[in-house]
Design a protein around this ligand. Structure first.
Ligand SMILES: Nc1nc2c(c(=O)[nH]1)N[C@H]1C(S)=C(S)[C@@H](COP(=O)(O)O)O[C@H]1N2
Ligand SMILES: [Mo]
Length: 197
């Protein structure tokens, strides 16, 4: 849909916008179901499965190195937002705290509210992935996934789980919520991996 909220990318930006995508002028909220309201005090992130199980509190996460990130954001429903500015923790820094069994090939991302999405270990362990708690200098709002969400810039944004509260390490590929409902198992926007059929 083109109109007030979406525009065709200009020529100089077009090489940054994957096929079939339009630029969003704002930052739309895309949530299936209700928005969980989780305070930082109550927040925790658990890891289990083929990994030494651990629970990270808000303070544990804030004690990790904090960095600023600029990333493009591509929703499978055909909108993209370029140069989104976030603050948070690099996935690779977080992973220094984990001991993962080498048999793990897939991670199920779990969230407050019950949303899930699967990601291959190789897609998760990338330099540019991060957990975000701040968006354009403001604490991440509940609508956009606060207190903490994952951001995986190289895949469609349904892999960027909001209110993330668990990482389950598994030895075979599994399907999360949208993947069971027809979305592609990987979701690479430049290859237009939108659906599984
Ligand atoms: N927990 C949870 N995470 C989610 C979703 C959701 O419904 N629940 N929607 C996904 C989809 S389809 C997109 S496009 C992005 C949207 O993020 P935004 O609402 O901050 O724009 O979040 C992703 N992460
Ligand atoms: Mo999306």
């Amino acid at each position: 849909m083109l109109g007030k909220y979406f525009k065709k990318p200009s020529a100089e930006l077009s090489d940054r916008v994957p096929p079939g995508q339009h630029l969003a002028t704002g930052f739309p909220v895309l949530t299936y179901g209700d928005t969980p309201q989780i305070s930082r005090d109550r927040y925790s992130l658990k890891v289990w499965g083929l990994v030494d199980p651990q629970t990270f509190t808000w303070d544990d996460l804030m004690a990790m190195p904090q960095e600023e990130f600029t990333a493009d954001f591509h929703c499978v429903t055909h909108w993209s937002k370029l140069d989104v500015k976030w603050t948070g923790i690099k996935v690779l820094d977080f992973m220094k705290h984990l001991s993962v069994d080498e048999k793990a090939i897939c991670i199920m991302e779990h969230c407050y509210g019950g949303y899930t999405t699967n990601i291959a270990i190789a897609d998760f362990l990338r330099e540019e992935n991060f957990f975000a708690h701040t968006l354009f200098g403001e604490p991440l709002s509940p609508e956009h996934g606060g207190p903490l969400r994952l951001v995986v810039p190289h895949l469609y944004a349904w892999k960027s789980a909001k209110w993330i509260n668990g990482l389950e390490f598994i030895e075979e590929e599994a399907s999360g919520f949208w993947e069971r409902n027809g979305y592609h198992r990987r979701g690479e926007p430049w290859a237009e991996e939108r659906y599984s059929y």
